[in-house]
Structure formats: C-alpha cells, structure tokens
Ligand binder design. Structure first.
Ligand code: SF4
Length: 327
C-alpha cells in the first residue's frame, strides 16, 4: 500500500493507514514545505523502550516524528520508513509522520506508577527540531512534561529551532539532568549543501552550542558523521574541531560514517553521481558491512582527540577557547 494514493485533493483526509492507525493527511502551501506531505496521527504510546540487543547507550526514547526533512543523505534512520510502506529515499525526506498527541501522551505516561523515571533520549532516531516542528510545536509540551516530572533527558539535534525552547530547557535543567548535543560532522559549506541539504548550516548549529553554553546549559558536539575521503583530511578535521572549540562545546565525540541498509543505497547513489572516483575506495572500506574498518576508525579518533587537546575543547573558559581557536 502506498500512502500517496490516500491524499485527497482538498489537502486533508481521514484514513486508516498501515502501521500507525488513523491519520489526517496534510500539505502546506509555503515554500519551506512545498512537495512535502504530513501524516498527522494520534500515537497509542510515546515512551519507546530500546531493545536490549541494541548497541545504543540509552534505554528509552521519545520520537514525535517519523521521517526527517533535514534529508541527510547518510541518515541511518532511513530504513525505518520502509516499515510504513514508504521508501527510504525521497519519501523519508518528504513524507513525515507527526504524532500530534505526543505532549499529552508523555505527560500521562510519565505520571504512571509503572514509570521509574529513567533518562529519555530524543533525536536518536529522527530530529525532533526538524523544520515542521516550527509549525506543530510538539517539543514545548514534551519539555514541559519532562520538566514537571523532573525526568532526566537528552536531546541530539541539527535544528537551530531548539533555541525557541531555551527558557523551558533552562527551567528543566534547574530540576533535573538535561543534556543537549548538536551534530556537526564538518564545516565545509559546499559539502553541507550537498550532503545535508535540509539542515541549518554547520556554523548556525555551532551558534546553538554557543547560545546554550552561554545560557548555562552545557552543550556537546557529536562530530558525526566524518565522511571518509571527503571530510577527513588533517585540515578539515582541524577546521571542524577549531570551530567546535570556539563555540564553547564541552565535549566532542567523533563518529565515522555508518552505511546501514537504507542509508547505504541513498548515500552511495549520491557518491556515484558526485564523486565516482571515490567508489573503489568506499568499496574497500564498506565492502564487508556497515562500518569502516576499526583501524580507520581508531586513526580518526586519535586525530580528533589530539585536536581536542590542542584547541582545549571543554577545558577552558569560552574566552580562552576563542583565543586558542583563532590561532
Ligand atoms: S538530521 Fe538526523 S534524523 Fe534528520 S536526516 Fe539528518 S541524520 Fe537523519
């Protein structure tokens, strides 16, 4: 079953759809949402338990959206769209499921006597601060519920929209443990437009880090992904870590590109079009699976660790970091 068959011409329709129950299908006639479709649904539950077999360092997640208009070519969540009978390529970027009752649902689930107050991770599947959050405004209600329940949580995002909720984040940080990380794998703007076409610019994301830090909410940077042979030269790594240090980040964690099914086809199709000369080298690195060889990963970690020390990420007051970063 294909969802596009179910969109009515008056821009909304009530339907029972595969996997997520009843949905209202909606389009918005503004430039930022042109060509996109939103499937509004009322989720049955919102706290999601991560399977024990997963390698993830968190147990519980909340995802108010499925699909992501940030449209990163390498996004590992792409394959999850196939469970909805949508495809992992353009559909993932442009057909977004919106769980409109997420704020009321999380408040209810946090109040349950069965809930033990575990840390909740957001932004681990798709970005909760993707563009359409500006319209649906689900995150303020979610953050208020977490704040009121004094429940620890973390957010990972590429969206500058997170700053809209700065005051609620600050209030939450006064009563519980709040962690925010922004994801910035590189600062090359040409590559950014090609590989992460729907995201705010890397320097705008680092601006988020600076604002959060200045507001007293420590912000780390997930330096992810590092793209082999595209963003891994000594000068590119140095430029990224220097900018991260200047943003006052309290930590930097490098992650080399993963190519799991879904992301793999979409990313390699782009690479074949734009950088065909790199295909043999990628086959060498990713021919046997989703991860680059351990030796390559170790060499990146070591180089980023050395740069982190050099620029003093997380170890000096912002002024000092700015000074060191400008050298
Ligand atoms: S911002 Fe994150 S979730 Fe969204 S497309 Fe990019 S990698 Fe995927």
């Amino acid at each position: 079953m294909r969802w596009d068959h179910l969109t009515l011409s008056d821009d909304s329709a009530q339907n029972a759809l595969f996997g997520v129950g009843d949905v209202l299908t909606r389009t918005f006639d503004t430039p930022e949402f042109r060509g996109m479709t939103f499937y509004e649904t009322r989720a049955r539950s919102i706290l999601n338990k991560v399977p024990a077999s997963s390698r993830m360092p968190f147990e519980w997640t909340v995802n108010p959206y499925r699909g992501c208009s940030h449209a990163c070519r390498y996004c590992f969540a792409r394959r999850t769209h196939e469970y909805l009978d949508l495809d992992a390529g353009l559909d993932f970027d442009s057909k977004i499921v919106v769980k409109i009752n997420a704020p009321e649902l999380i408040r209810k689930e946090l109040a349950s006597p069965r809930w033990a107050g575990s840390r909740i991770a957001m932004g681990t599947n798709v970005d909760p601060y993707q563009r359409v959050e500006g319209r649906y405004r689900l995150m303020p209600g979610i953050l208020e519920a977490l704040r009121d329940a004094r429940n620890p949580f973390s957010i990972l995002t590429k969206g500058t929209l997170v700053l809209r909720d700065l005051e609620t984040l600050r209030e939450a940080a006064e009563v519980t443990d709040v962690t925010v990380n922004v994801s910035v794998g590189f600062v090359d703007e040409t590559l950014w437009r090609q590989v992460e076409p729907g995201t705010p610019a890397p320097r705008a994301r680092l601006g988020v880090c600076r604002t959060l830090t200045d507001a007293g909410i420590g912000c780390g940077v997930l330096m992810a992904p590092i793209l082999p042979y595209l963003t891994d030269s000594p000068s590119q790594l140095a430029a990224a870590v220097r900018a991260i240090a200047a943003a006052g980040a309290r930590s930097v964690s490098p992650i080399v590109l993963h190519l799991r099914p879904g992301a793999r086809e979409w990313y390699l199709a782009w690479l074949q079009r734009e950088h065909p000369e790199l295909m043999p080298r990628y086959h060498e690195l990713y021919g046997r699976g989703a991860y680059a060889p351990k030796a390559y990963q170790r060499s990146i970690s070591a180089r980023v660790a050395a740069l982190t020390r050099h620029y003093g990420v997380g170890s000096a007051p912002p002024d000092k970091i700015r000074q060191r970063a400008s050298t």
